[in-house]
Ligand binder design. Structure first.
Ligand code: PEP
Ligand code: MG
Length: 585
């Protein structure tokens, strides 16, 4: 790939670049901007107002600024969020315009409080009232009040927009870490790249940045000492290098690399509409993993056959409360319509681990990836789960839909789910709502237990998908987000390969299709082994699909099978990696 080599020109830069781990490819150029840390009301103490009128106009100005900021965020997310999702922002605006809020704060100021403290008192009172409300939906609206209160507070303190605001020039966002929700909010036209001091290659924020095609480099500790706000940066999401205030030579070299990359993209473009078929005639179905509606543009651009994984939690993360059945049904319908006849595998909510909903109370856990996560949350919060299942069923009337359940580890879970689907189909029928009665059901095999008892799970499902991101972390006991152990997180570990190869054989025996949808599907060496297992489908970030297709079209199934047999006898990932480097076409 064009950017992955460090040319002599780049090595010659005397200042020397910073080196991190590249997790989302591409080059980004722009000015450094640090994500502002959050501020809360607990830091606001009572002070007397000096001049009451000044305090009132400070407060009114902060409310105006907040309104403008919310309107700008609305503008950026408009294309991707459904009308219903946009309603959150409308609610914010209404609250800002609400005479009640304003008059209460102004009354407090007149009572002698400085604006910040006057605001704090009013917001905390609102929160107390919301906390007493029985209806969970309305109770959660307290979050909206708190968010908007914090926004006004930031403006009062002159801290600007807590959610990054609108970048007027090319910007590289810097933070110690970033949640998927923060990334969704920060994403905008002039965001050219992201640098984090922490993070992991298969963390959800990395996955999301690949899907947004935002270059990302992680694991550069001590960033504030190395990069100042407004420094000009070039960051390379292929090699992990970050140049601050680079010399002319570097800038020119990156322009050249960018042009080379565009040429390579064009050559891959030539195979866009061709099948991923080996020289000896075996075809793999190449799919895309998507998270939001605008990913469908990438699906078109990179020519994939299906959507192998739609991670539904991203729309949940972009909001401040659980979307309703109606809201979800209309969003999923839009995805299916945009798929234009391509099959879409919709995965039910997979929160916990490193994806936390701001409006859901999580237990304090030592090991969130081993805790209350994914299907475990869904099976406990049955109302939310049933709403999502109904929404997916309803959307299935508008396109080829499959439903996928994450993190399954026992037969009893899948039996319980099947019973719920049956009941919800009955409910929809009773309401006269149409859906695809034959919608296929599958499980995401990502907990080792599921692969070990796959023969017992297979009779209950129509298909299997393997999520290598979690499978690798659970098989090797390596946290997918922990930089300290990142070097031993390896999908080429013989234990991982053997488990997947056994699963492929079993699926063939039971005649159930198998798709691999973790990031390893986009790793050319892993993909060659999966080809050798005669896997039906590979699903990945759409931008990697042309490269994998190119490899498959240059390969022979016969050779890939033989390579797999040799690999299955090898001792460690190093020998496997070296061997594959020599045989992968
Ligand atoms: C996986 O674990 O490989 C997977 C596809 O799911 P996620 O990355 O969303 O956990
Ligand atoms: Mg997973």
């Amino acid at each position: 790939m064009a950017g992955s080599k460090i040319t002599k020109e780049l090595q010659r830069d005397r200042k020397g670049p910073l080196k991190g781990v590249p997790v989302s490819a591409g080059f980004g150029q722009g000015y450094a901007y640090y994500l502002r840390e959050g501020i809360g009301f607990s830091e606001i103490y009572f002070r007397e107002a000096g001049n009451v009128e000044t305090e009132i106009s400070r407060f009114e100005e902060a409310v105006n600024q907040s309104e403008q900021q919310v309107l700008r965020v609305c503008h950026y997310v408009e294309a991707e969020l459904s009308m219903d999702e946009m309603a959150i922002f409308q609610a914010y605006l209404m609250f800002l315009k609400d005479g009640g809020l304003k008059s209460k704060v102004i009354a407090n100021i007149r009572g002698g409080h400085v604006a910040e403290y006057a605001l704090k008192e009013v917001i905390l009172n609102y929160l107390k009232t919301f906390a007493r409300i029985e209806d969970p939906y309305i109770r959660q609206r307290g979050m909206d009040v708190e968010n908007i209160g914090k926004r006004i507070l930031r403006n009062l303190l002159g801290l600007g927009d807590g959610e990054t605001g609108v970048f007027e020039r090319d910007t590289i966002l810097i933070a110690s870490s970033l949640s998927p929700a923060e990334l969704i909010r920060a994403r905008q036209e002039k965001l050219r790249g992201i640098i984090l001091s922490k993070g992991g290659e298969t963390s959800h924020v990395a996955i999301l940045s690949r899907s947004f095609e935002i270059p990302m480099v992680i694991n550069i500790p001590g960033l504030p000492e190395k990069i100042r706000e407004n420094d000009f940066l070039i960051m390379d999401g292929n090699s992990g290098l970050v140049y601050h205030n680079p010399s002319e030579v570097i800038v020119r070299e990156y322009q050249r690399l960018e042009e080379e990359r565009t040429r390579q993209d064009k050559s891959l473009d030539a195979i866009r509409t061709l099948p991923a078929e080996t020289r000896d005639g075996f075809t793999v179905r190449l799919g895309a993993n998507i998270g939001i509606l605008s990913d469908m543009l990438l699906v078109e651009r990179y020519g994939v056959d299906h959507i192998g994984l739609y991670r539904t939690e991203f729309p949940f993360l972009a909001r401040d409360g659980f979307p309703t059945e109606e809201e979800q049904a209309s969003l999923y319908r839009r995805i299916l319509e945009a798929a234009r006849g391509k099959e879409v595998t919709i995965r039910t909510l997979d929160v916990g681990g490193d994806k936390f909903l701001s409006y859901l109370d999580y237990p304090k856990e030592e090991n969130p990836y081993l805790g209350w996560r994914s299907i475990r949350v869904s099976l406990e919060m049955k109302d939310v789960f049933r709403e999502q299942i109904r929404a997916i069923l309803r959307a299935s009337a508008y396109g080829r839909t499959k439903i996928l359940f994450p993190m399954i580890s026992s037969v009893s879970e899948i039996k319980e789910i099947i019973a719920i689907i049956k009941e919800e189909k009955g409910n929809l029928k009773a309401r006269g709502i149409s859906f695809d009665d034959a919608m296929q059901t599958g499980i995401l095999a990502e907990v080792p237990a599921a692969l070990i008892i796959l023969d017992r799970l297979l009779p209950y499902v129509d298909f299997i998908s393997i999520g290598t991101n979690d499978l690798v972390q659970y098989v090797l006991a390596v946290d997918r987000n922990n930089p300290k152990v990142a070097s031993i997180y390896n999908p080429l570990h013989p234990a991982v390969i053997s488990l997947i190869a056994n699963a492929a054989e079993l699926c063939r025996k039971y005649n159930k299709p198998l798709v691999i949808c973790g990031e390893a599907a986009a790793n050319i060496r892993c993909a060659y082994l999966y080809l050798g297992m005669e896997i039906e489908g590979l699903s990945m970030n759409a931008a990697s699909a042309p490269m994998i297709k190119n490899m498959i079209r240059s390969a022979n199934l016969h050779d890939a099978r033989q390579a797999l047999q040799q690999v299955l006898a090898m001792e460690d990932s190093e020998s496997i990696g070296n061997f594959l480097d020599n045989v992968v076409p």
